[in-house]
Design a protein around this ligand. Structure first.
Ligand code: URA
Length: 240
């Protein structure tokens, strides 16, 4: 994590005031005066302000571009899971995925230990936009079907019928479409497509709460920390 973010997260001050403190030589990392607010600080580093070690408030935020064939779980005895992408030294930090992507769904997955943010991003109350790119087989989407998705569809494929929240569907070509959901029912995209006689061949989440990743799979399997701006974007989307 960046030094200035770590200090700001720890309640020392705002990002700009923290930078001034660093510039004035008040911060050491492992006993050495820090000069660069952007320096990367690891879990094992000792950070001190005016000689006193600071207590870390260690909320962590990662973006994984989930590959196909990976379980959305932090641990699994048999199958590859998203927890395998978390650095070993962060085990025990109570990181958890925000919601679930199916085993065969790829794309944007947030992993964090910020429980309130996670809860709100998953709650239908906050209408968080989740955009998916879908490759499918079957008939092209008709205007009538697109309107039905926009009004909400009653799915009857499970024990109890459920109505989906209004969603936006836009065909890209005859076998590709984008769909934006504002809730997260189990296998919702696959079920909406199946309701209209279409089969999802490949499903990729490309956006969540305004955070975007590439449509293509070029970065699949990579994980990185979110930037401060990205964390702010997510928090603002759920009134935090
Ligand atoms: N909808 C699905 O059907 N699967 C996912 O993984 C996400 C949304």
């Amino acid at each position: 994590m960046r030094l200035d973010r770590l200090l700001a997260n720890s309640g020392i001050g705002t990002r700009s005031s923290v930078r001034q403190i660093i510039a004035s030589g008040g911060v050491t990392v492992n006993g050495v005066t820090a000069k660069d607010p952007g320096m990367q600080v690891r879990e094992t580093d000792t950070v001190a302000l005016n000689g006193s070690e600071i207590g870390r408030k260690d909320n962590l935020y990662f973006l994984l571009d989930k590959p196909d064939g990976v379980l959305t779980a932090m641990e699994d005895p048999r199958l590859p899971c998203v927890g395998d992408y978390i650095p070993d030294e962060l085990r025990g930090k109570k990181l958890a995925p925000v919601g679930r992507l199916d085993y065969h769904t790829t794309g944007l997955l947030i992993i964090t230990n910020d429980g309130e943010l996670s809860h709100r991003l998953q709650s239908p109350k906050y209408h968080v936009a989740k955009r998916y790119l879908v490759n499918f087989s079957g008939q092209c989407w008709s205007e009538k079907e697109i309107s039905s998705v926009a009004s909400g569809v009653t799915l009857t494929d499970m024990d109890t019928p459920v109505k989906t929240a209004p969603a936006e569907l836009s065909p890209v070509d005859d076998s590709t479409a984008e769909i934006t959901l504002y809730e997260g029912k189990t296998h919702e995209v696959r079920r909406i497509f199946a309701h209209f006689g279409k089969e999802v061949i490949a499903l990729r989440r490309v956006s969540l709460a305004g955070l975007e990743i590439a449509d293509s799979a070029q970065n699949t399997g990579t994980i990185r920390e979110l930037t401060d701006e990205e964390i702010k974007l997510l928090k603002e989307a759920v009134s935090l």
